[in-house]
Design a protein around this ligand. Structure first.
Ligand code: MEV
Length: 332
């Protein structure tokens, strides 16, 4: 009998509004992007699991070994393949997995660019495959519940998990982490145009999250106020998307950037790329993700997307021009 095979893909994601404050249970607005991670799995005739991810590494394990291993906290993640191994472990231990697999992961989300949730897209495409192998029907919220502990370890101990909902559902999602799980709302799937500008400066999300946490611990009141103000901006942005008002959405992005500057997570290179994009006619621009380096995003009209990209490139930012609001993860 022919061995079975499955393919899944999940989009990368961006924070349009509300990064950082989302860790403190405020609402954030995320979107999927037109860049994907793909996972292809083939059933094996033995108990081995072999995973190969281009540019990241390989995993060689067995169903038996997955029963025994543990990843207690983020310090147990020693290499880039460990989160995937942790996912396989959790799946085997909680849901059971009967067949050995060869899994190949590839991605058109650049590895060196942080802020596009390539790690979430990988997790969500592999989890999709495992559900397909087991004929398990998981809903969006269950994806969140299953993947959140892994996301927390990837981000060094604190994470909102927002990207999981965005990658799974696609389109635009407002996400709020609650003590019981996650509250989310999927809004209109209209596609918009964006330029992603990469500063080339590596900044670990785990470090920027801890930086904000230290500030919050020392000055809780002003930080809480800033988070409340950001939430209002997120709500404005949400209404702008519902009303298909790109100009308003752009303004919300600019306002959010002001607050992120105050939180201390911007960077001169981010600021330079943001100014360049606004001067070239972007509707709004801000950092996206953890900040202190990483990426910025500029919302554009389709007709001036290239001009904005060129302006960012002139300031030595690497660019990706893409659409946002694309369909979420799928298996085929
Ligand atoms: C990082 O991509 C976004 C943060 O809000 C952290 C998180 O939500 O887990 C900074």
């Amino acid at each position: 009998m022919k061995n079975k095979n499955w393919t899944s893909r999940a989009p990368g994601n961006l924070f349009l509004l509300g990064e950082h404050s989302v860790v403190y249970n405020r609402k954030a607005l995320l979107t999927s992007i037109g860049k994907y991670t793909k996972a292809e799995a083939n059933e094996r005739n033995d108990e081995k699991i072999h995973v190969k991810s281009k540019g990241y590494g390989e995993i060689d394990t067995t169903l038996k070994e997955l029963e025994k291993i543990e990843y207690e906290d983020h310090e147990d993640y020693e290499n880039e393949m460990d989160p995937i191994k942790d996912l396989l472990r959790k799946y085997k231990q909680e849901k059971g997995l009967k067949t050995g697999l060869n899994i190949e992961i590839s991605s058109d989300i650049p590895k060196e660019s942080g802020g596009m949730s390539s790690s979430t897209a990988v997790l969500s495409s592999v989890l999709r495959i495992l559900n397909k192998v087991n004929e398990e029907n998981m809903m969006g919220k269950e994806y969140f519940k299953f993947l959140l502990p892994i996301q927390v370890k990837i981000h060094g101990g604190a994470a909102s998990g927002s990207e999981i909902m965005s990658s799974t559902l696609g389109g635009y999602n407002t996400v709020r982490k609650t003590d019981e799980g996650v509250k989310y709302e999927n809004i209109s799937p209209e596609k918009l145009h964006i330029v992603i500008g990469d500063t080339g400066i590596e900044a670990k999300t785990s470090e920027t999250v801890s930086y904000v946490k230290r500030g919050w611990e020392n000055h809780e009141e002003p930080y809480e106020e800033a988070f409340d103000e950001i939430e209002k901006i997120v709500e404005e942005g949400e209404r702008a998307i519902e009303r298909r008002n790109k100009e308003k959405l752009g303004k919300s992005m600019n306002k959010n950037q002001e607050k992120l500057r105050i939180l201390g997570v911007s960077h001169p290179k981010l600021e330079s790329l943001i100014s360049a994009s606004l001067n070239a006619g972007a509707l709004g621009a801000k950092l996206s993700g953890g900040g202190k380096g990483g990426i910025m995003i500029a919302l554009t009209e389709e007709k001036n997307q290239e001009d904005v990209a060129k302006a960012i490139e002139r300031k030595r930012g690497r660019t990706i021009t893409t659409e946002i609001g694309v369909r979420g993860a799928k298996t085929y």
